[in-house]
Design a protein around this ligand. Structure first.
Ligand SMILES: *Cc1c(COP(=O)(O)O)cnc(C)c1O
Length: 420
């Protein structure tokens, strides 16, 4: 159980005090249910972790690709977060939600001319420039529009972090960013400083996802500072250092993420320590949590339908969704846990595979789920689906996308909606 989840007297799973079995009845399944109180709590934890470092400047930018809807972005606005977008569509959603453009940061390794023009027209705060093509294109567009824009350069520091370990990749083989080790980053810094219409404010890196340690962040920060030291004669000033997202969450019992404060403390210590070492002013620190902000707040409800029992091998329990509403298990073997929402208090007594309804053998949501022996019509609740579930939902087999429900939609939407 996470956030506001509990079991009521009928033995039903509740979220935010709302009976999920009733939600399934009212809105149908599959259904994404969001616990907005938990999203608010995560935002509060990030903000308090930073604000205890007095004198430090910082921004927490919600990486909206994890879950981008107007209601979610309005919530991010109410929580005083900044916002990352990675496409014209996400930017459009942010603007529609009334998000202040100056707190929007635009990422992506192949932003199109149309997307950059939309961003310039909207007056967004910062563009994170990924490559030489974009550097040139953006400067040209700004010149044509007689406009300046703040940029960060996306740096690939040669550190890749995954869950419990980080790897020094040496030669980085990724489509993103300017590599540090082959001179691309230095060249980009020089070009950006010379560019007539770009204001280079600093650097960005994003080293991985679902990270359960802090050494990868620290190592990436140290590497970036090593190079900044070497570039001293360029006159480059680091005003902003954006260390990206990737903070890990507890999908399953065996996941042991750190507390938000532990990540933030280590990042702040590394940045302040390195700045002192070089006798530089401490830059503004930005982080970009996506999954950590919304992942655990989302639960997907399904209705159990068909079964297939292969004696001695496996029992399949099929639900009315699958890789269309959650592609992560099929895409990268992501693990989830589930319970029966209508029998939430019951002991799990069998191990089954939870299968989706798509025409793909790989459409298995949970390979080994521990559940009470279930029947058709039971409501299955899969936890921790708030990030990259709805965001990656697709219409394979012409299935519709499920609805999303959350508490904040119950009041009439206004500026006063969902105070932190
Ligand atoms: C995806 C992404 C994030 C968010 O990653 P999470 O693992 O969801 O925290 C942040 N920054 C950038 C640049 C990203 O591409």
């Amino acid at each position: 159980m996470r956030g506001t989840q509990t079991i009521n007297s009928k033995g039903h799973l509740t979220i935010g005090g709302v009976d999920t079995v009733e939600l399934a009845k009212q809105f149908g399944t599959p259904l994404y249910v969001y616990d907005t109180a938990l999203i608010k709590e995560r935002a509060r934890q990030f903000k308090s972790a930073f604000s205890k470092h007095s004198g430090l400047k910082w921004q927490v930018a919600y990486a909206s690709k994890a879950f981008s809807t107007i209601a979610m972005i309005q919530l991010a606005r109410e929580l005083d977060l900044s916002l990352d977008v990675v496409s014209g569509g996400e930017l459009y959603t942010a603007l529609k939600a009334g998000f202040p453009p100056e707190r929007i940061h635009f990422h992506g390794n192949n932003k199109t001319q149309d997307e950059l023009e939309l961003a310039l027209q909207a007056g967004i705060g910062t563009i994170i420039v990924d490559n030489f093509y974009e550097l040139q294109l953006l400067n040209d567009l700004c010149r044509d529009r007689n406009q300046r824009i703040n940029i960060l350069l996306r740096i690939t520091p040669g550190v890749e972090a995954h869950t419990h370990e980080f790897i020094m990749t040496g030669h980085d083989d990724t489509k993103f960013g300017f590599n540090l080790d082959n001179g691309a980053a230095e060249k980009a810094v020089r070009l950006a400083m010379e560019a007539s219409h770009l204001d280079l404010k600093g650097l960005h890196c994003h080293i991985g996802s679902q990270i359960f340690e802090t050494e990868g962040f620290v190592r990436a920060i140290q590497l970036i500072y090593e190079y900044i030291e070497r570039w001293s004669e360029t006159g480059f000033q680091l005003e902003i250092l954006n260390v990206g997202g990737g903070f890990g969450i507890k999908y399953v019992e065996s996941d042991h993420p750190l507390f938000i404060e532990q990540y933030v403390d280590k990042i702040v210590a590394a940045v302040t320590g390195e700045s002192e070492r070089l006798g530089m002013a401490v830059p503004e620190i930005w982080v970009e949590p996506g999954r950590m902000m919304v992942g655990e707040a989302g639960t997907t409800l399904y209705t159990v339908g068909a079964f297939k029992d292969i004696p001695g091998i496996r029992k399949y329990v099929a639900v009315d969704g699958g890789m269309t509403d959650n592609i992560r298990p099929a895409l990268y073997q992501a693990k989830y846990e589930a319970i029966l929402a209508n029998r939430a208090g019951e002991q799990a007594d069998e191990e089954v595979a939870v299968a989706g309804k798509c025409c793909e053998t790989g459409d298995i949501l949970i390979k080994e789920a521990r559940l009470p022996s279930c029947s058709s019509g039971d409501i299955l609740a899969v936890f921790c689906t708030g990030a990259y579930g709805y965001a990656m939902a697709n219409h394979y087999n012409r299935l519709p996308k499920p609805a999303v429900v959350c508490r904040l939609c119950r009041t009439r939407r206004s500026d006063a909606c969902c105070p932190p």
